[in-house]
Design a binder for this molecule. Structure first.
Ligand code: DQA
Length: 146
């Protein structure tokens, strides 16, 4: 089973950026733990972070017919990007949307998600644990067309 972990803009600053909202764990830590979790279950995890929307879209295109699932924290693109939604709509596997913070408890502009129109599941507010929960779900569900 192949799974892509895709993190969007500013998430490279995790652990350093607004730790009171996003926690003290770095993205490298999250990626390492998730990679180990996937490997222990016989799955392959490909981690990718970008601050460039086109690169995120290209990564989703590359996952088509190759990956079984995408776990995505689209960060601010969640609330703005129809292009990202369209790319995910062209992906046939499982999509799980993850947010470290509870976006519904925050500013109203964070309450709407374009990505949720495609996601099979949405996790928000569990901090770094949300990624583990997403991976757990994907491993048990087995990926595939939604
Ligand atoms: C975020 C929430 C978004 O609203 C924000 O723009 C982010 C991170 C989260 O993980 O809580 O950059 O996706």
């Amino acid at each position: 089973m192949k799974i892509v972990l895709l993190n969007g803009p500013n998430l490279n600053l995790l652990g350093d950026r607004e730790p009171e909202i996003y926690g003290a764990t770095t993205l490298a830590d999250i990626e390492r733990r998730l990679t180990e979790q996937a490997r222990a279950e016989g799955a392959e995890l490909d981690c990718f972070q970008t601050n460039h929307e086109g690169e995120a879209i290209d990564r989703i295109h590359a996952a088509r017919r190759v990956a079984d699932a995408i776990i995505i924290n689209p960060a601010a693109w969640t609330h703005t990007s129809i292009a990202l939604l369209d790319a995910l709509n062209a992906f046939e596997g499982t999509v799980v949307e993850v947010h470290l913070s509870n976006v519904h408890k925050r500013e109203s502009f964070r309450h709407h998600s374009y990505v949720s129109l495609r996601a099979d599941g949405v996790i928000a507010g569990l901090g770094g644990h949300g990624y583990r929960a997403a991976l757990d779900f994907v491993l048990r569900r087995g990926g595939g067309a939604s």
